[in-house]
Design a protein around this ligand. Structure first.
Ligand code: FES
Length: 230
């Protein structure tokens, strides 16, 4: 996908599920190659970054009352890359819902909707999510904390516990429990964004374990707390 302004072209793509790939350099190179083939006049590459897109299985956003919550709690999420359009729709739809007015889009965008047409995609995603829990059984990325390179993170197994080890730019090792507080996935280090990312449902944490992005709404636990609870 590309968007061209006067002297700037924005190009995006080469997506992967959060926490399930750590090859950003390769993906950036493919995007640049794609761009230069189609826009040979393109000059220097100015910026590059990665971020998350929340995708629903049917490609439509979730806009409406948050299921299993208080009646006055509404959500707008799952924009699937078309957030500007969904944002406009949400403004109209949520306004109507709050004011108890009929809106023909209520069921279409309902966060509680069941779309049978998307069932195969849902099943595939569920299998993918379940398979991420096999990480509980594997070894860590490295055998010892001391092997973690400067400015990066890695998972190291300490007995039964998987530990997220980060070596900060001064060389100090920082650690927290690698178990995601949402539903127990094992986080993975993201070298492109310097974050801990959960491959199960996409929560993200900063290098010290502070939550950046839900569905988790708590930080990664300290190893002392996790060990006491194990
Ligand atoms: S288990 Fe980590 S986001 Fe759900």
């Amino acid at each position: 996908m590309s968007t061209q302004f006067a002297n700037t072209t924005l190009v995006g793509g080469e997506d992967h599920r959060t926490g399930q790939a750590d090859d950003a350099e390769k993906r950036y190179a493919l995007l640049e190659q794609w761009t230069r083939q189609r826009f040979p006049m393109a000059a220097e590459l100015r910026f590059r970054w990665s971020g998350q897109i929340m995708e629903s299985v049917d490609g439509l956003a979730f806009i409406g009352r948050n299921p299993l919550d208080h009646d006055n709690v509404y959500v707008i999420t799952g924009d699937s890359g078309t957030g500007i359009m969904h944002g406009t729709i949400a403004r109209l739809l949520i306004t109507d819902l709050i004011q108890a007015r009929e809106n023909p889009w209520t069921d279409l965008y309902s966060p509680a909707r069941v779309n049978l047409g998307a069932a195969p995609t849902f099943a595939r995603e569920a299998v993918n999510t379940a398979s991420q829990y096999l990480d509980w059984l594997t070894a860590g990325n490295l055998e010892k904390d001391e092997l973690v390179p400067l400015g990066t993170g890695a998972i190291v197994r300490h007995g039964l516990l998987k530990v997220a080890i980060y070596r900060d730019p001064t060389g100090t090792l920082r650690e927290c429990c690698a178990v995601c507080p949402h539903l127990g996935g094992i986080v993975a280090w993201n070298h492109a964004e310097n974050s801990w990312d959960c491959p199960a449902h996409g929560s993200r944490f900063d290098p010290l374990g502070t939550v950046l992005n839900g569905p988790a709404n708590e930080n990664l636990q300290s190893t002392a707390v996790a060990a006491a609870g194990a």
